[in-house]
Design a protein around this ligand. Structure first.
Ligand SMILES: Nc1ccccc1-c1cnco1
Length: 246
């Protein structure tokens, strides 16, 4: 997968050089290319923003640098990238969206600063680049760069070969499968007793069926406690009679 990111802060993406993503790039599983938006400005101040038409606070990112940058990166490629614009007013970025992105050969992220990008840019590229405006959550960030980091990590870990233990993907909280729709429950490792806290004995029992049952009970409890709206959506058919006792 190729990932292009256009930003006025390309240095923000240094974390993509390390850990899981860094290794995936070194192994050729992921091709991340960073671009400085200001390289497509033509004034001495390398201006990328201006005051909003209609008045109001803040500044809006000008359309010209973005269109020149997107054209330079995506060009007239026969198979153009999918354009992803992080915005608080976008549709929710979910594991389902991450899975859809992981199936794309090429993503182009356009993180904005200020009050956002002139909306004519989205109108210009909406169809040809299959524009997706997405939000990573209901909170206010200073810009879309942090959201791009979140999305690139969520997507890259789904790519074949990136995660060492393929099981990790299928065991995800939000991945399809036996734990589908449930939050992950508590996890433990050695030592068996730490500061007087014992590991739940069931986990040392070697009874894999009972362990799976216990883990599902714990996941269900945590989901009901922390995300009742997810618990409410669970398919009754997936809740066996013991689940209903939780
Ligand atoms: N708050 C923001 C400001 C600028 C660009 C994206 C966001 C965003 C994305 N998801 C939540 O917030």
């Amino acid at each position: 997968m190729r990932v292009d990111i256009i930003s006025i802060f390309p240095e923000y993406f240094a974390p993509l050089d390390v850990s899981l993503i860094g290794k995936a790039r070194q192994r050729g599983l992921l091709d991340v290319r960073l671009h400085q938006l200001r390289d497509w400005t033509h004034d001495v101040h390398r201006t990328v923003d201006d005051t909003p038409y209609g008045g109001g606070p803040g500044m809006v990112m000008k359309p010209e640098p973005w269109s020149e940058a997107i054209d330079a990166v995506a060009g007239s490629a026969p198979e153009p990238p999918r354009l992803v614009v992080p915005t608080p007013s976008g549709r929710p970025f979910t594991q389902e969206v991450a899975l859809a992105y992981a199936a794309e050969p090429w993503l182009l992220f356009a993180p904005a600063r200020y009050e956002g990008i002139d909306s004519r840019v989205m109108a210009e590229y909406g169809d040809r680049l299959r524009l997706d405006e997405v939000s990573i959550g209901d909170y206010v960030l200073a810009g879309g760069e942090a959201a791009v980091l979140v999305m690139v990590e969520a997507v890259a870990r789904l790519l074949p070969g990136v995660l060492g233990n393929a099981g990790s993907v299928t065991d995800d909280s939000f991945a399809p499968g036996a734990m589908a729709g449930l939050l992950e429950g508590p996890v433990y490792t050695k030592p068996p007793v730490w500061r007087g806290h014992e590991v739940p004995p069931i986990l040392l029992s070697g009874n894999h069926g009972a362990i799976a049952r216990w883990r599902r009970d714990q996941a269900l409890r945590r989901t009901v406690a922390n995300r009742p709206e997810l618990a409410a959506r669970l398919d009754p058919g997936t809740l066996d009679k013991r689940d209903r006792q939780v």
